[in-house]
Write a protein that binds this ligand. Structure first.
Ligand SMILES: NC(=O)c1ccc[n+]([C@@H]2O[C@H](COP(=O)([O-])OP(=O)(O)OC[C@H]3O[C@@H](n4cnc5c(N)ncnc54)[C@H](O)[C@@H]3O)[C@@H](O)[C@H]2O)c1
Length: 473
């Protein structure tokens, strides 16, 4: 195989050297950042030091306590494990994490750190509570929220004891929780236990944590982003200035969006690792240098490491992606190579096609006449090969819908060869379905389905005509 010949005379050697070089470089880069906590001037100082209760002193809570101390806040750390609370009360870290010991020791020496096992007393005078307790997996993989629920009850007891007329205490949940957990579990539990809904005596927010263990302090001061979920716009009051001086893109969003972002991030990170390792296994088995392949892959910031292809909408299609994924999978099967991520890409795309068809059917269950805007696999091309819109049109016809199709990218006279074959296979009556006057057709149909961006066609649709967008969810 030519690729084999083009690798170094000893590919194993060169791979090992490349790996060692990458490993040697990584800690140095992180090392520069992890010196940050020793240099107090590099830490943004709080303009208004707050009384902060950190509940749960694991990897997230202990790191937060340390970083907030570094910024000048006053911290009380709480944990159900008395050894962790005692360690914090002595100014020692309950976890191993670069920089945390130092920041806790300095904060302790300055009298701004204490530990407690009584949430009631400290919440009485706190401005903000950060809930960082664990959310482990149950044996079946589902999320165990029992630690969060227990904290809600403890917190509620303490909130009820706050003096009348005190500022509402801001309860910020940082534990990773599935979408809906705040609305369906945390808020109802707190509301029942406090005896009133959030808004007056207390407010809630969801602020997912994006730090990575081993570089957690550096990540805290230089986060990839700050996401705050709130009950209503402004309710989190920009978290009372907790992140002032920390530069990062800031998003204030509904609670469930913030909850979902964390799972999307971690799933994507896991997918990246699994994908890279599948490439690595395949390349290794073929005696191709995996690092050489992935170095080129990641250097492409136009299509690969970029927002491109990451907007939920239409399935992939066209003449290349389905064909090439199929061919790679056949190639792997022939060689008995297992790559579950790559093997399931086409199945995922098929599920998405059915999802979009069902979206059209359920958006207008009674509709019999549908106008489909777009048929080729993307704008400005007439390529119909494996176009998901041809698939959608075929499904609608098969389901008994009266279909009309408008696509300004198509020319009837140029529908030739494989293009024509593919279209006719799915839509034998294609020539009768294609229309050229969209505004006239719009008057005959019950629903319009937008398959590609088509602003000019959309502009002539009657305002009362229901529209289902399948190119952007
Ligand atoms: N570790 C990470 O790198 C990381 C990063 C981002 C988000 N998260 C998420 O943050 C949360 C915390 O993670 P962690 O790794 O710090 O967990 P952890 O298990 O290390 O720490 C949780 C702590 O909460 C304490 N706790 C449990 N119930 C309590 C209660 N009722 N009152 C007081 N303390 C209580 C436990 O004793 C423990 O010390 C999880 O939801 C996790 O998924 C973790």
């Amino acid at each position: 195989m030519s690729v084999l010949l083009r690798t170094s005379p000893d590919p194993e050697e060169s791979r090992t050297r490349a790996n060692l070089k990458a490993e040697a470089e990584a800690p140095q880069t992180e090392g520069v950042v992890s010196r940050l906590p020793a240099d107090r001037s590099a830490i943004p100082q709080a303009s208004r030091p707050l009384d902060v209760v950190v509940c749960g002193l694991g990897y997230v809570g202990a790191t937060m306590a340390a970083c907030l101390l570094g910024q000048g806040h006053r911290i009380v750390g709480i944990d159900m494990n008395p050894e962790k609370t005692a360690a914090l009360a002595r100014g020692e870290s309950p976890i191993v994490e670069p920089g945390v010991d130092h920041l806790l020791a300095v904060g302790h020496a300055e009298g701004r750190l204490s530990g407690s096992d009584d949430i009631g007393e400290c919440v009485t005078k706190a401005d903000i509570v950060l809930v960082c307790v664990g959310t482990p997996s149950r044996p079946d993989g589902s999320l165990d929220l029992s630690q969060v629920v227990k904290v809600c009850h403890d917190l509620a007891d303490a909130i009820r004891c706050r003096p009348d007329g005190a500022q509402p205490i801001l309860c910020v949940f940082r534990s990773t929780m599935l979408p809906g957990s705040m609305e369906e579990t945390v808020i109802p539990t707190l509301a029942r236990a406090v005896g009133e809904a959030p808004g007056s005596r207390y407010e809630v927010a969801y602020n997912p944590e994006f730090l990575r263990e081993s570089t957690a302090v550096a990540d805290y001061f230089s986060p990839p982003k700050i996401v705050v979920g709130e009950r209503q716009p402004g309710a989190s009051q920009r978290l009372l200035g907790l992140y002032d001086g920390i530069e990062a893109a800031w998003s204030e969003v509904p609670l469930a969006v913030a909850e979902m972002v964390k799972y999307v991030d971690n799933s994507f990170h896991a997918l990246k690792v699994a994908f890279a390792n599948e490439v690595g296994r395949i390349a290794t088995c073929l005696a191709i240098d995996p690092q050489a392949v992935m170095d080129i892959f990641v250097s492409d910031t136009k299509l690969n490491i970029s927002p491109y292809y990451l907007k939920p909408g239409g399935p992939f299609g066209g003449s290349c992606l389905p064909k090439d994924v199929r061919a790679l999978n056949a190639f792997l099967r022939e060689r008995a190579l297992t790559a579950p991520v790559l093997e399931n890409i086409l199945a995922s795309n098929a599920v998405h096609k059915e999802f979009l068809a069902e979206r059209v059917r359920s958006a207008a269950p009674e509709a019999r006449r549908v106008l489909l805007l777009g048929l080729s696999f993307k704008s400005k091309t007439d390529d119909l090969r494996e176009s998901p819109l041809v698939d959608l049109a075929g499904r609608l016809v098969a389901a008994g819908y009266e279909l009309e199709i408008y696509d300004p990218d198509l020319r009837r006279e140029k529908l030739l060869g494989a293009n024509r074959e593919f279209a006719l296979q799915h839509l034998p009556d294609l020539s009768q379905l294609l229309i050229s006057d969209v505004s006239e057709a719009a008057l005959r149909v019950d629903v319009a389905v937008v398959g590609k961006p088509m602003p000019q066609a959309l502009a002539v649709l009657p305002p009362e005509l229901p529209v289902v967008n399948v190119h952007l969810l």
